[in-house]
Design a protein. Structure first.
Ligand SMILES: [Ca+2]
Length: 217
């Protein structure tokens, strides 16, 4: 199996500057399949750390590097030695999927450890299915990434107050919002109109390779 890392830009919608990139693992099978297989073979933490190594090795973009972390890896703690890579911890953001956190006490401690080394935290897929606002409070993330399903129907009358409300919640805890899944001009205009700072999606940039490095394992 051959793996590589692609990077999707996250744009600052107010300044039109790239704020960072989210690293995404690619291989010979669709990503969900890769992680499903790894879970079945008890290799999930290994696959996650391979994804992080690939991303850290091949990232040479401007701005922040957003890395996804599986809850199982979070339970073990994020142990990448960042000094082995050409990156400052303050440039790195770890994306946590809050609805999959199983052990809150362990997660809390490990999130604190991540923050202590200067890495930032993003809550991923916020608004997807069951969302627990209290988790946002204890995680105190730097970013909240709105799930793509939220902006799917920008004509919905409840969406405008909802997004503005989330913006207020984020501002109260010192977090910033990234809208994911922006695919149409209408969605982009709406997200901007709701005063959302950052955006990501096919319309703004597809995931792409930065350096041709592949790992076979
Ligand atoms: Ca993500």
């Amino acid at each position: 199996m051959t793996f590589y890392s692609v990077f999707q830009p996250i744009w600052d919608l107010k300044t039109n500057i790239i704020h960072g990139h989210e690293a995404l693992l690619r291989g010979n099978a669709p990503p969900e399949e890769l992680f499903k297989r790894a879970l079945e073979n008890n290799k999930l933490v290994e696959l996650d750390s391979l994804a992080h190594t690939l991303a850290l090795t091949t990232f040479f973009g401007e701005g922040r590097l957003f890395l996804n972390i599986h809850p199982k890896t979070l339970e073990k703690g994020f142990k990448m030695a960042l000094n082995e890579f050409n990156i400052d911890p303050s440039q790195v953001v770890i994306e946590i999927t809050e609805h999959e956190i199983l052990n809150e006490i362990v997660a809390k401690k490990n999130i604190k450890d991540i923050k202590n080394i200067g890495i930032k935290i993003a809550v991923d897929d916020f608004g997807h299915g069951f969302t627990n606002l209290s988790l946002i409070e204890w995680i105190q993330p730097n970013y909240i990434k709105l799930d793509r399903s939220l902006i799917k129907n920008v004509r919905s009358k409840t969406l405008d107050p909802l997004l503005r409300g989330l913006n207020d919640i984020a501002a109260n805890i010192g977090a910033e919002i990234i809208a994911e899944g922006i695919e149409t001009k209408e969605q982009l205009e709406f997200v901007k109109y709701c005063d959302i700072q950052y955006g990501q999606g096919f319309l703004l940039g597809r995931p792409k390779l930065m350096k041709e490095i592949k790992i076979t394992g």
